[in-house]
Design a binder for this molecule. Structure first.
Ligand code: IMP
Length: 178
């Protein structure tokens, strides 16, 4: 599958992503204004570009932490069974937390991660996803903020990979096999 040749068609430009992040960061700022220190949790690895751009738009006291959950591996299908490969470094009890995800697809990953983090009793737990594929959902899960709703296409770029490739594209593109 992964050695089949493919091309990438641009779906969301770098400019559109930047504009959307600016608008979202305003809403997040309004939600967390007055927070003592917001813990922004990036889900590795797909959110690393998104979280980097998002936190630089946030005029709030923040800490950044990362959590890695198992995902697609090298394929194009969700494994459904979510395992934590790397946990947070810091405690979140009593803290305000914002979880940053690249894509909500079946919803299993965000569902599992938010349940886990809620069990640690943060003061507030909110979620943001750059992309949402609502037609793929298998569990009832929606991020508090979403960048873009997209159709059921396999996408890459802006941190998101296909078998570890294409994370460094500045835009979101869809994979088209040729
Ligand atoms: P979910 O658990 O099915 O919601 O899957 C979430 C994870 O699957 C995301 O964080 C991505 O890492 C990965 N994923 C979902 N859709 C795509 C895609 O179109 N391209 C690359 N990775 C994807």
């Amino acid at each position: 599958m992964t050695d089949r040749p493919y091309v990438i068609d641009e779906m969301i430009s770098a400019k559109s992503i930047a504009a959307r992040i600016e608008a979202l960061s305003q809403e997040i700022h309004d939600e967390f204004d007055g927070t003592d220190k917001l813990v922004v949790v990036g889900l590795l690895r797909g959110s690393f570009v998104f979280i980097a751009d998002l936190v630089r738009e946030l005029d709030l006291p923040i800490e950044v932490d990362f959590l890695e959950a198992s995902s697609y591996g090298d394929g194009m299908e969700s494994s459904r069974e979510v395992r934590i490969l790397k946990d947070l470094r810091g405690a979140i009890e009593g803290r305000d937390v914002l979880v940053v995800e690249d894509i909500v697809d079946t919803g299993h990953t965000l569902h599992h991660v938010t349940n886990l983090l809620k069990s640690r009793e943060p003061a507030r737990l909110k979620t943001i996803a750059l992309l949402d594929k609502p037609t793929r959902r298998e569990v009832d899960m929606k991020a508090d903020w979403t960048g873009f709703e997209i159709p059921d296409e396999f996408v890459v770029g802006y941190g998101i990979d296909f078998a570890q490739r294409n994370r460094n594209l500045p835009f979101i593109g869809k994979v088209r096999f040729i």
